[in-house]
Write a protein of this length. Structure first.
Length: 89
């Protein structure tokens, strides 16, 4: 199995997602994830993208379920995503 496919299967940290690329949250949500994030839609399978980062990398603006929200990097710690192919809708 290629390195790219293997890493895509395991996911990458949400903070490493390139700006403008769509991804989906992976199936397991770590225990340290805030219940507030879950309430905002950060549940497994949800599609999201990083819209932009502040010049020093914090905060991060994320589009999820048609809404744009800003978060500190530490708030997103532990969340992993699988990057979607650019050909997916």
């Amino acid at each position: 199995m290629s390195q790219h496919r293997e890493s895509n299967k395991l996911g990458i940290p949400l903070q490493q997602l390139p700006v403008g690329r769509w991804a989906r949250l992976i199936d397991s949500v770590p225990r340290n994830v805030s219940h507030r994030l879950l309430d905002l839609g950060f549940v497994p399978g949800t599609r999201l993208k990083i819209v932009r980062r502040a010049p020093l990398g914090d905060p991060i603006e994320i589009e999820i379920r048609g809404t744009r929200l800003c978060f500190r990097r530490r708030q997103l710690r532990g969340l992993r995503v699988v990057v979607e192919d650019e050909t997916e809708p």
